[in-house]
Write a protein that binds this ligand. Structure first.
Ligand code: GLU
Length: 302
């Protein structure tokens, strides 16, 4: 799973993706993730797929998915093929749960969030052996083991996590009946044949759970590159929660230059005033994820 310092060599078979959750309009933090994964795919001569992670209707707004796609398109980040909507993939998630259950790794759980918080957020295995009936209001968890899972992140280097000690048995179907992100992302990355995942570092902690599910379900393991999170001057992650401004897609060129600056790509000053397609062509030919090596957070410029 070792990465390359530079993305300039072409590699056949590369399939990347952008997988937004439509819980609001795109902001600079998510644009930076989209641009990084697009540049990485294109500079490797790869395919770039779009997946709408619309798994959680109560937290989503009906317009957000279309708005995100419109914005990505307006910025010139064209994707290949049709958009995959997770809301249409419930049967596949159910089948994956059935396979894990066949391996006797799934159990129903009625623990409250508060009970788990009292154990530092690590699930202590309370319901593992209670054999609760799988009723609709129960969460389903996947049993973990005490082995340490390791992967080599192309940007952040070697990572490891002991799932039992650091996470515990984790939810694969929530008690509101919705499928959990951890399960759906793994099923769909495999379904779409994703080979290379480039996404925000806030998801790095989830990666060992995803590698574990890939192993259990017999899926190939993609490579991972987690890009630094953008923080504001107060050190808070640029996110919907911290009121990051939605992106205005009517002026794509300056947005792309800002996003490339965040990604430490040092866009050529001669690109000021250039057309978005020229900025993107420059970005692909100069894309160097090595410029982000070991960086976990990037601050908004003053
Ligand atoms: N849907 C997730 C999000 O918007 C990203 C999933 C992923 O890239 O693995 O945060």
């Amino acid at each position: 799973m070792n990465g390359k310092a530079s993305g300039s060599t072409s590699r056949n078979g590369y399939i990347g993706r952008f997988a937004p959750s439509p819980s609001g309009p795109l902001h600079m933090g998510s644009l930076v993730a989209a641009l990084a994964s697009w540049c990485d795919a294109r500079s490797n001569g790869g395919t770039w797929l779009m997946r709408m992670e619309d798994l959680d209707p109560p937290r989503e707004s009906p317009e957000a998915a279309d708005q995100i796609l419109f914005t990505i398109e307006a910025l010139g980040l064209h994707w290949d093929g049709a958009v995959l909507y997770q809301s249409l993939r419930h049967d596949a998630y159910q089948q994956a749960i059935a396979e894990l259950a066949r391996q006797e790794l799934v159990f129903a759980c009625d623990c409250t969030r508060q009970q788990i918080q009292e154990n530092d957020g690590i699930y202590p295995g309370t319901c593992r052996d209670r054999s609760l009936a799988n009723r609709p209001e129960m969460a389903l968890r996947c049993r973990v083991t005490g082995t340490t899972l390791a992967f080599v992140d192309r940007i952040q280097g070697r990572q490891q996590q002991n799932l039992e000690k650091e996470v515990g048995d984790f939810v694969i179907r929530r008690k509101d009946g919705l499928f959990a992100y951890q399960l759906a992302v793994v099923v769909d990355d495999a379904w779409q044949g994703i080979t290379d995942i480039v996404r925000g570092i806030d998801l790095m902690d989830s990666t060992p759970r995803q590698c574990y599910l890939q192993q259990l379900l017999g899926y190939p393991g993609p490579t991972y590159a987690h890009i630094p999170v953008i923080v504001n001057r107060e050190g808070q992650k640029l996110s919907k929660q911290h009121m990051a401004k939605p992106i205005d897609p009517t002026r794509p060129a300056p947005l792309l230059l800002t996003a490339l600056t965040y990604l430490n790509q040092n866009p050529d000053p001669a690109l000021t005033g250039a057309a978005p397609c020229d900025i993107l062509a420059w970005a692909v030919s100069h894309w160097d994820p090595g410029r982000l090596t070991g960086i976990a957070a990037l601050q908004e410029p003053h």
